[in-house]
Structure formats: C-alpha cells, structure tokens
Ligand binder design. Structure first.
Ligand SMILES: NC(=O)c1ccc[n+]([C@@H]2O[C@H](COP(=O)([O-])OP(=O)(O)OC[C@H]3O[C@@H](n4cnc5c(N)ncnc54)[C@H](OP(=O)(O)O)[C@@H]3O)[C@@H](O)[C@H]2O)c1
Length: 344
C-alpha cells in the first residue's frame, strides 16, 4: 500500500508531465508563421498577406504553388476572372478541402469581375463564371477589377479597334456597383469592393451606393506610394490592398541604397523591408511568386519593426511611377489614372 504522501507526489508528477506535454503541443501547433488579420467594416476578416496569382497560368505551377502556400501558412489567395487560373486554383483548393488539410472557412479567396461584365446584370454573370471555375458557392471578396467597361461578348478579354485602343462601353461605375450589391445580397461574395479606383470614383460610389466599398485594391510600392488615396480610403474605412507590392521585383528599386541599408540593418531582404513598410501602413499585401523559398521569405516579416525614420525614408523614394497603366484604355470615360502620365 502506498502512503498518502507518495500518492500525492505521483499525482503531482503525472499532472506535471501532462502539463509539459500540453505546453509542447501548443508550442508546436502554433509555431507556424502567424500573420495578422484586418477586419473589414462588415466584420469579415482578411489576412494581411495573401498570395498574388497574376500570370500563373500553367496548371501544374498554379496547383503546386497553392499547395505550398497553404503549407507555409498563407490563408489568402488573390485571383481574377482575367487571370485564367481560377479553375486550377479551385481544383487545388477542393483537393485540400477533401483531404481535410484546410476547411473552406480557413482560406480567404478574392476574385475580380472583368471589364467585359460591367452592365448591372452582366456583373452577376461574370461572377457566376468565376464561382463555377473556382468550384465555390461564395468568394470572400469580389472586386470590380477596373473602373473601365469594355464591349461585351466579343470573345476577347480586351477587345480593341484597328489602332489597338480598347472598344469601350460607357457604363457608369455606379451601375456596375449596383450589380456588385446584388451579388452581395445574393450571397455570392462575403464582401465587395473595387480595384484601380481613384478618389473621385470612390466618392461617386460612396455617395450613391447602399453598400460601401469595403476594399480598394491598387498598385502601391516605394516608387508609387499613393498617400492621398490610402488616406482617403482609411478615412472611409476602406481597407487598402497593395498589388505589385514589390513593383514586380523592379531591380532599380531592389538596388536603392536606402532599402539595402535598412535591409542590412534588420538582417532582412529588400523585398521583406518593402512589404513590412506596407504592412506598417495598415495595408494588405499580395506578393506573387512561383517559388517556395520566396513564399516563405515574403511571409516572414513579423519579427522586426521599421522605425518612423525608416518608414519616411522608404516613402521618400516615391516617383509616382506606375507599372499598370492600361494605356490603350486611356480614352475610356472611366480611365482612372492621370493622362498624360505624370512621373517625377
Ligand atoms: N487589381 C489589379 O489590377 C492587379 C494588377 C496587378 C497585380 N494584381 C495582383 O497583385 C499580385 C502581385 O502583383 P504582381 O504580380 O504584379 O507583382 P509583385 O508581387 O510585386 O512581384 C512579382 C514578381 O516578383 C518576383 N518575386 C516575388 N517575391 C520575390 C522576392 N522575395 N524577391 C525577389 N523577387 C520576388 C516574382 O518572381 P517569381 O514568381 O519568379 O518568384 C515576380 O516576378 C498579382 O499576382 C495579382 O494577384 C492585381
């Protein structure tokens, strides 16, 4: 027979062992890279880093990189009707859901309604095509890809005339927004927003719409800092998503001495510093890569902080240099950028 004291010691020892096992388990399960979320004004949560997928059109590459991204910890994927990869992304996600690697609720999927679906009823048609390709009942975020409407049903993504200029339709952006509101109310998207909209176009929708745009996805990087647009969005509770966040790996930008110095100081890469600068501005970033090591690199930016001086130095690189200019749509009544181009 064991004495009471021995029994108590054994119980305490067992409790200690269980606690240690529990702590080790908790540490292991939470040791994956953790990233912050931002809450949209309707309560939907968007992870602050997502995987961009523009120009990933090869089926095997698309499926591989989605699988690797989920493995690394990405829970936000940015696609569009125009990227022609929704089917591959959808098939891979289905595979991951079927194998219980992740649940549908664990991943935030954004798609965008293309310029040839801008009439009110066409928005639903365009979004339906995306949902079918993705194999989803609902996306987490649907955006109007560009404010410009193009001629519908020509069989071309970008219908052009003999001079190469886009064949435009004069559709008020508010009409397109009404189509988005309809899609939202039908549950085709948990949240809706816009992309490539300037301040006056946002004002037009905010003034007339029932649902306010929750997101504006625009080009932002140190050569195009977009302070007035970002300030406007933040003042109106519109979350800003930065596309081309590393300026498509522009080598002049990557070799800017100020960026190299800051990167060296923090023992980070220039790409990581640029993305941190965006994240510290409360902006969501969606870098694109087809390489696993860069997936990890681009994600691994939450163990350092840029100082206010460093933030200002990076913003000081601005030259209003825009990569996505869509110049052949410059005559469209809703062309959103300054024309002729004003680059410092
Ligand atoms: N709404 C819109 O109109 C719009 C327009 C453009 C883009 N987007 C979205 O935004 C996403 C990102 O923008 P983006 O694709 O234009 O450009 P980006 O993310 O700024 O740059 C992508 C380029 O950088 C390279 N790269 C990625 N990580 C790197 C790293 N750590 N170091 C060095 N190079 C790196 C990639 O090459 P590898 O693949 O070889 O790694 C690729 O060539 C798009 O994929 C798309 O989802 C939206």
């Amino acid at each position: 027979m064991l004495s009471t004291t021995v029994r108590i010691v054994i119980i305490i020892a067992m409790l200690a062992i269980v606690s240690v096992v529990l702590i080790v388990w908790l540490v292991n399960t939470s040791s994956g890279l953790q990233i912050p979320n931002i809450e949209l004004v309707n309560g939907v949560i968007i992870p602050q880093i997502g995987l961009g997928t523009y120009q990933i059109q090869d089926e095997a590459t698309a499926k591989r990189i989605i699988g690797e991204a989920i493995d690394v910890g990405y829970r936000h994927i940015d696609t569009a009707y125009h990227y022609q990869n929704e089917k591959f992304i959808g098939d891979k996600l289905k595979d991951l859901f079927d194998r219980n690697v992740i649940n549908r609720d664990d991943v935030f999927v954004t798609t965008k309604v293309w310029n040839t679906f801008h009439r009110k009823d066409s928005v639903i048609r365009g979004l339906n095509e995306s949902l079918q390709a993705l194999g989803l009942k609902q996306v987490d975020l649907a955006l109007i890809h560009f404010p410009m409407a193009f001629k519908e049903d020509t069989g071309e993504y970008i219908p052009v005339d003999s001079n190469g200029l886009t064949l435009d339709l004069n559709v008020d952006i508010y009409e397109t927004w009404q189509g988005m509101e309809q899609a939202y109310h039908r549950g085709m998207a948990r949240s809706i927003g816009v992309s490539n909209f300037n301040i006056s176009q946002l004002q037009h929708i905010i003034k007339n719409g029932f649902v306010k745009p929750l997101v504006n996805q625009v080009e932002i990087h140190p050569y195009l800092t977009q302070e007035p647009l970002v300030d406007f969005c933040h003042q109106h509770n519109i979350v800003v998503v930065a596309y081309s966040p590393i300026a498509k790996a522009n080598q002049t930008l990557f070799n800017e001495p100020v960026l190299k110095e800051i990167a060296a100081k923090h023992e980070k890469t220039v790409a990581q510093v640029i993305m941190k600068w965006l994240v510290q501005r409360n902006i969501v970033v969606i870098p694109k890569t087809t390489k696993k090591e860069r997936l990890i690199e681009n994600f691994n930016i939450f163990d350092f902080q840029l100082t206010d001086t460093e933030m200002r130095q990076i913003s000081g690189l601005n030259k209003d240099y825009r990569i996505t200019r869509f110049t052949n749509a410059r005559n469209n009544p809703n062309y959103p950028y300054e024309w002729p181009l004003a680059s410092k």
